[in-house]
Design a protein around this ligand. Structure first.
Ligand code: RTP
Ligand code: MG
Length: 141
């Protein structure tokens, strides 16, 4: 097993529901450490750049509109197999398909307002962490 870092975003719906702390508790109980964090209200350009891999998809405009609809909480999580561990905590993209006890099953409303983002691979995690954080903003723990 390898210690990895992954990028997590608590999306505008979950911030508005005031469940940042409940989601952080799930990270901590799973052994994932928050090693950097910031709250941000993304600009349209920031959201478009972050989700550039999806720019040809039919849902892209809705995704960008949703991600800029309110503040988000962005964090770097560190731990054993952090990328997959966080994806397991999140559950399926569509909350209707998310396993019981996952963040999306418990806090998400729809495939658009689905509470959290998590990097899907080590390579995308590196890109996404660099998109939001300078190396000096990440605390080794
Ligand atoms: P995320 O990137 O946000 O962690 O979610 P994910 O990997 O589970 O899903 P992804 O395929 O990367 O899609 C990014 C976000 O776009 C929205 N989406 N809408 N209407 C649709 O068919 C659709 N498909 C995806 C979701 O909000 C998803 O989280
Ligand atoms: Mg994704």
């Amino acid at each position: 097993m390898a210690v990895e870092r992954t990028l997590s975003i608590i999306k505008p719906d979950a911030v508005a529901k005031n469940v940042i702390g409940e989601i952080y508790t799930r990270f901590e109980k799973a052994g994932l450490k928050v090693v950097a964090a910031k709250m941000k209200h993304l600009s349209k350009a920031e959201a478009e750049g972050f989700y550039a891999e999806h720019k040809e998809r039919g849902f892209f405009a809705d995704l960008v509109a949703f991600m800029t609809s309110g503040p988000v909480m962005v964090q770097v999580l560190e731990g054993e197999n952090a990328v997959l561990a966080n994806r397991d905590l999140m559950g399926a993209t569509n909350p209707k398909e998310a396993a019981a006890g996952t963040i999306r099953a418990d806090f998400a409303e729809s495939i658009d307002a689905n509470a959290v983002h998590g990097s899907d691979a080590v390579a995308s995690a590196q890109r996404e962490i660099g998109y939001f954080f300078a190396e000096t903003e990440i605390s080794a723990r």
